[in-house]
Every structure is written in structure tokens, then in C-alpha cells.
Ligand binder design. Structure first.
Ligand code: UFG
Length: 330
């Protein structure tokens, strides 16, 4: 039996690199394409690699003409909500136009399976919680809109050209694989868990919690943290599922929410100190609470998160930053 070949676009980034590790451990033959604008060479694991950019159509099409992949995984996107408000052009270019190029190159070369990293940002401010897939889609940031625009493209490409796709709507990706030297290294880092951990390790001077006057029990925002390796496993299951279901849109979360102060406490407990963050103003665009109803993903994919316990996530991230205080070397 021949080995299943897959292409991972954005496989040097945070979620993409964890997926690449998981897929190669599962016996798939993985090729990573990444433009290294955000990703790190040091995060590449178990894969062939070529540097490429979805905005350069000709080389992409040439590559897909020469190689046959059973599935294409698209992780390559800009993903900061605040930045998308101040610089939407970058988001429409790198998230929408780039995805369009990928789909066109797939269409011309008869590749017909794609797994797309979508986001709970497609929903906007929740009207009901936990969020189900049929909740109205009213994204409040350009980032969320670009994700929804690609979901719509995928739906239309499925109907017209038979390209099968799974849009996986991540909640808050968290955790890492320190045994394999993989962590979370965004520059600048804007995410809560790495920032709390870096503060606890004195790798940064300040920790600000953005707002404590939200309508939540402790006044800080609530998020649903899902381990990157749980996300990765759901991607592998989604690829299999495309054989029988041509268009999937699924929430990937745990169904359990933690407040920002819960996270501060969990990191403090993991390193045995009491952390005292500053309370700052609200960060524009932050919904008070985002918690998934992932029942559909549990059922359709026969998948469950097994690594998403907040305590172990905090310990892993602490370990990775202790071992990589400067992040990846390259
Ligand atoms: N936060 C702080 N201080 C920090 C960093 C974050 O208080 O230093 C707060 C945020 O204001 C928010 C919570 O921690 O209340 C979580 O923030 P993150 O930046 O870690 O994550 P987000 O929920 O903003 O973003 C995530 C993904 C995005 C996705 C978004 C959907 O990272 O890609 O969920 O809303 F779009």
C-alpha cells in the first residue's frame, strides 16, 4: 500500500507544525510549504520542506502539477484580530486572495481535498452559548470576515468543481509538545497563555489583563482552550471523513470555558508563585465569552479532545519557554 501524501501549507507555524508532527507520527508522508514570514525553520518536524508563497501562483501550480497529494491542509494565515482591524488589506491579501490562489491551483491540477483552519471568529459576538455551527455568522473583525469568506469560497468550489473541504473552526489553540521541542512562538506574542507564562518566568516585565468589567463571574473574558495536538488529530479525522461527506464545517473546542484570571491562577499554580497582573482597559473586539458546542465534531469525526486539560497545558508551555526563553533559534 502506498503512503498517503499530504501538503501542509503553513506547516512551520504554531498549529501547522504541531499538525505536521502528528501527521508524520501517524505514518503520512508530509510536505510542508511555508513562506517563513511567521513560521520558524526550527519548528519543522518529520517533513520535506519547500519555501513557497500562495501569492505566487505559477510556482504553486507547477508544484501541484508535479506532485499528487491526497489532501491539502491550509494553516497559512494572519491571525491577529486587532491587527486585522488596523490593517485589513494584509488580511484580505494573505487570507482570502492567497486561499483563492490555492483553490485555483487545486482546481487546475485536479486536487480535490482541503482542510481549512477556520475560527470561532466567524460567529462574532455570541447570541447563545455554547456556540453551535448553525449560530448566526456575524464576524466583528476583518480577521473573522476573511475566514468566513474562505468558508463561502469552499462551499461554492464544492458545489461547482467538486472540491471537498472541511472548515475547522478552532476555539483557542493552546499547549505544545515540549518533548519534541515544539512550542508557541509568535512575534509579537499577543496570546494570553504564552504571555502569562513569559511573565511568570520573568521573560517579560508586564502582564496586563484586558478588562475586568465583562458580564462574567470574575469580570474577565472566558475562552475555550483546545490543545494543538487535539486540533491536529481532528484534522486527520476530517481528511478521512471527506470520503463520505464532501463539505464539513465543525467547531473544535472542549465545551469548557476558563476566565483570563483562571488562566493566570493556573500558570501561577504550575510554577508555584502567585502572579499579580495589572488590569488594563478592554481590548477592542474581544467577545466576553467564547465556548464551543463541539458535539457535531465529536459525532461526525468520532473525535474527543484528550490533551486539553488547562493544568497540563500550562505546565507544557512553562517547560517549553523554560527550555527556549528566546523562542525558536530560527
Ligand atoms: N488577554 C489579556 N492579556 C494578554 C493577552 C490576552 O488579557 O496579554 C486576553 C484577551 O483580551 C482575551 C483572552 O485573553 O480576553 C484571550 O486572548 P488571546 O489573544 O489569547 O486569544 P483570542 O481569544 O483573542 O484569539 C483567539 C485566536 C484568534 C481567533 C480568536 C477568535 O487566537 O486567532 O480567538 O475570537 F480569531
Amino acid at each position: 500500500m502506498s503512503t498517503t501524501r499530504i501538503l501542509v501549507i503553513g506547516g512551520a507555524g504554531y498549529v501547522g507544525s504541531h499538525f505536521t508532527l502528528c501527521a508524520s507520527n501517524a505514518g503520512l508522508r508530509v510536505t510542508v510549504m511555508d513562506n517563513l514570514s511567521k513560521g520558524h525553520r526550527g519548528a519543522l518536524r518529520g517533513a520535506e520542506f519547500f519555501q513557497g508563497d500562495l501569492l505566487e501562483f505559477e510556482p504553486l501550480q507547477a508544484h501541484l502539477s508535479r506532485n499528487r497529494y491526497h489532501g491539502i491542509f491550509h494553516f497559512a494565515a494572519n491571525c491577529l484580530v486587532g491587527e486585522s482591524v488596523s490593517d485589513p488589506a494584509q488580511y484580505y491579501l494573505n487570507n482570502v486572495i492567497a486561499a483563492f490562489n490555492m483553490l485555483e491551483a487545486m482546481r487546475y491540477t485536479n486536487h480535490d481535498r482541503v482542510i481549512f483552519s477556520s475560527s470561532c471568529a466567524v460567529y462574532g459576538i455570541p447570541e447563545t452559548l455554547p456556540l453551535k455551527e448553525d449560530h448566526p455568522k456575524n464576524p466583528v473583525s476583518p480577521y473573522g470576515r476573511t475566514k468566513l469568506a474562505v468558508e463561502w469560497m469552499l462551499e461554492d468550489y464544492c458545489t461547482a468543481y467538486g472540491i471537498r473541504s472541511a472548515s475547522l473552526r478552532y476555539f483557542n489553540a493552546a499547549g505544545c509538545e515540549p518533548d519534541d521541542g515544539l512550542g508557541e512562538d509568535h512575534r509579537p506574542e499577543t496570546h494570553l497563555i504564552p504571555n502569562v507564562v513569559r511573565y511568570a518566568l520573568k521573560l517579560q516585565d508586564d502582564l496586563v489583563i484586558f478588562g475586568n468589567d465583562y458580564p462574567t463571574p470574575d469580570g474577565t473574558c472566558i475562552r475555550d482552550y483546545i490543545h494543538v495536538t487535539d486540533l491536529a488529530e481532528a484534522h486527520l479525522k476530517a481528511l478521512e471523513k471527506l470520503d463520505s461527506l464532501p463539505l464539513l464545517r465543525l467547531n473544535l473546542g472542549t465545551g469548557r470555558g476558563f476566565s483570563n484570571l483562571d488562566v493566570v491562577k493556573a500558570v501561577g499554580n504550575a510554577c508555584g508563585v502567585s502572579l499579580k497582573p495589572e488590569i488594563g482597559p478592554r481590548r477592542p473586539g474581544d467577545p466576553p465569552e467564547l465556548v464551543a458546542d463541539s458535539g457535531e465534531a465529536f459525532r461526525v469525526l468520532d473525535w474527543r479532545p484528550t490533551r486539553s486539560d488547562l493544568k497540563s497545558i500550562c505546565s507544557e508551555v512553562l517547560r517549553w519557554f523554560s527550555e527556549h526563553p528566546e523562542g525558536y533559534a530560527e
